[in-house]
Design a protein around this ligand. Structure first.
Ligand SMILES: *Cc1c(COP(=O)(O)O)cnc(C)c1O
Length: 372
């Protein structure tokens, strides 16, 4: 089999040939041509979020988590206090990194299968005035829940709290308009819904808070204020840039714009999601989430109840049929996940359902229905 398997994972994900081909050249980090690509990418990113007037965008080397950590350490003063709105694995990761960065950290827990409740956030902020910043994960990739960004942003704005948004798995697909939603920092990365390759993140920082961020970070490499000041002055990245990742992202963004931007991307992913849900239901599978809180990004399914099921074998058979699935991230229930994002459409999702059907047959399982 010399064709790439299709990745039904929330990053890295399947990219177009055009994006892959963009990586076949070498670029010098001092070169004016490369600096022009960086400038173009930054400009396009600000346009996607409608943040040209209110925000700057600071790219950073590394996977998405590097940028979340950098955003927290840069934006939150060392004596600040963070409230993490926790409805899943990525929220817990945010709380852990905030604590490791030495910031005082409180956690407001919600169920894995429920969205964050803005009223509970409001009440928590009222009861603990020491809190200076709130962290919200827009799409909790752990189960696939879409959290109410606009409502939480409204609560934070009204109470005068800074908001840091991890929009890693939603940026580019779900609408986010900086003119209407107030946030201090919003984090995303190259290898998610923009359909670039992994290797860099980027953080939108509100101009009004940027200056006050000098000296907050206790890290040299992850100081976004420093990275921004240097980039503005020189047009260059502070340290060796992930050149191939940047040019691939520029090419991916060009295709994003040609496709019709965020609304077109959301429409394609929603179509992928419906095709997946319909097909999987026909096979007996049951999604874990109520459709009312489900983002069309990644779907968690209950594991089949059949005693012959185990994820590793299922994964191996589906992989042999050309599709890469994703393990579940829930601790209480046995699940697996299927991503709807990447350079794929309805036909690939239909084929994915077929691959799952074949994998069940390979295992001698007649239905995907869960045990309950
Ligand atoms: C992918 C993702 C991240 C970043 O994960 P990395 O493995 O560091 O790329 C962070 N938050 C969310 C919600 C994500 O989906």
């Amino acid at each position: 089999m010399d064709r790439d398997r299709i990745l039904l994972t929330p990053g890295p994900l399947t990219t177009t040939l055009r994006t892959k081909l963009a990586m076949l050249r070498d670029w010098g980090s001092w070169d004016a041509d490369f600096n022009a690509v960086t400038a173009r990418v930054r400009k396009s990113l600000l346009k996607i979020v409608h943040g040209e007037d209110s925000h700057v965008v600071v790219p950073l080397q590394g996977s998405g988590t590097f940028s979340v950590e950098a955003a927290v350490a840069t934006v939150v003063p060392r004596d600040g206090k963070i409230l993490v709105l926790d409805n899943g694995a990525y929220c817990k990761r945010a709380a852990r990194l905030a604590t490791l960065m030495g910031r005082d950290c409180a956690v407001l827990p919600f169920d894995d299968s429920a969205a964050v409740d803005p009223k509970a956030v409001d009440a928590k902020l009222a009861s603990d005035p020491a809190i200076t910043h709130v962290i919200l994960i827009h799409c909790e990739t752990g189960a696939g829940v879409q959290n109410p960004l606009a409502e939480v942003a409204e609560v934070c704005a009204r109470r005068g709290k800074g908001l840091i948004v991890d929009a890693m798995s939603s940026f580019g697909a779900l609408p986010i308009d900086a003119r209407e939603i107030r946030f201090d920092a919003l984090v995303a990365a190259s290898g998610k819904c923009l359909e670039g390759v992994p290797g860099m993140g980027f953080v939108f920082v509100r101009k009004a808070v940027l200056e006050g961020c000098a000296g907050n970070s206790q890290s040299l490499a992850m100081d976004l204020h420093d990275q921004h000041v240097y980039m503005e002055k020189t047009g260059q990245w502070r340290f060796t840039p992930p050149t191939h990742v940047v040019v691939a992202l520029a090419e991916a963004i060009a295709q994003f714009e040609e496709e019709g931007g965020q609304p077109a991307r959301l429409a394609r992913y929603t179509d992928n999601y419906r095709t997946l849900i319909d097909g999987m239901s026909r096979l007996g599978f049951m999604p874990f989430l109520d459709p009312a809180v489900q983002a069309p990004i990644i779907v968690t399914f209950h594991a089949p109840g059949d005693s012959r099921y185990d994820f590793k074998t299922f994964y191996a058979f589906a992989r042999a049929h050309g599709f890469v699935l994703y393990p579940g991230k829930l601790t209480q229930v046995d699940t697996f996940r299927v991503g709807c994002i990447g350079a794929i459409g309805r036909h690939e999702m239909e084929q994915a359902v077929h691959a799952v059907e074949l994998a069940l047959q390979d295992m001698g399982i007649s239905s995907g229905a869960p045990a309950i």
